[in-house]
Ligand binder design. Sequence first.
Ligand code: C5P
Length: 300
Amino acid sequence: MSVAARVQAQAKVNLFLNVFAARDDDGYHSLWTAFQRIDLADDVVIRLGGSARSLDAVGPAMPREGLGPVERNLAYRAAVAFLDEAGSMLPSGFSIELIKNIPVGGGLGGGSADAGAVLRALNAMSPRPLPGRELGAIAASLGSDVPFLTSELVTAQALGRGDRFLPVGWAPVASPMVLVVPDFAVATKDAYGWLDDDRPTDPYGDVTGFGALETFPGWSDLARGANDFEPVVERRHPILREYRERLLAAGARLVRMAGSGSTVFGIFDETATLPTEMGPNARVIHTRTSARVVQVEVLQ
Ligand code: C5P
């Protein structure tokens, strides 16, 4: 059995994101979205052995106040959930080292990407890997973005709570991408609450359907869709609309808020001149839509 593995935990954006009314049974909302992996990634190393469990995080995207209690960290919880399932096949102890490059609370799925990376790494180290369906069930128990970020999909439409996939028919398209990361975060739970507050009589929003997406429609065509969170989050944080308009003016083909915010992204043509600054209150990161899911590197 291997005892250590390294994974690039790639972030995601949503190319479009429709949110429907809160469900009666569990209060969660059903979604229709298209996930897209991007090259910006956390670096995750997990070692197995002994019985102690730990998680350490450093890196440029670490919030000043830290990541909170380790027991609530999604990467930590992913390891606990996997090892519970694995029983005596694997040691019960682990150490996880994270280098955080993905902004926290930015709608880029950073914590979920770390959890997905841990699940993929443990499965690669296990003498008896879990079938995709079982790994997906553990992922779904951790959060809505985790199943996609545990999968081997670069782009996919997702339904339900984000855990039912309809893979797209095209080969991955790697294009330049600009992320505008404001100096404030948006909590996902708050953003869902704002949606419910703002659309009490029309809880289904407007849906622009894209069918099966068999061939790449072009980033510009995907701009016909929407992110339902955009108007409600921009109403509370008007600066985000300004960032969106500046990315469009700079020639971006598709501009959206990432997930429930606060990051705004633009996807550009290969030859475009990418904006490098957006004023004093936001960081600008250049990355790309991903050509592939980076494979787990088993170390020993
Ligand atoms: O799944 P995740 O942990 O990211 O969700 C955070 C919160 O957002 C949930 O506790 C829930 O209040 C809300 N949520 C929702 N419907 C979803 C996903 C999340 O209402 N599909």
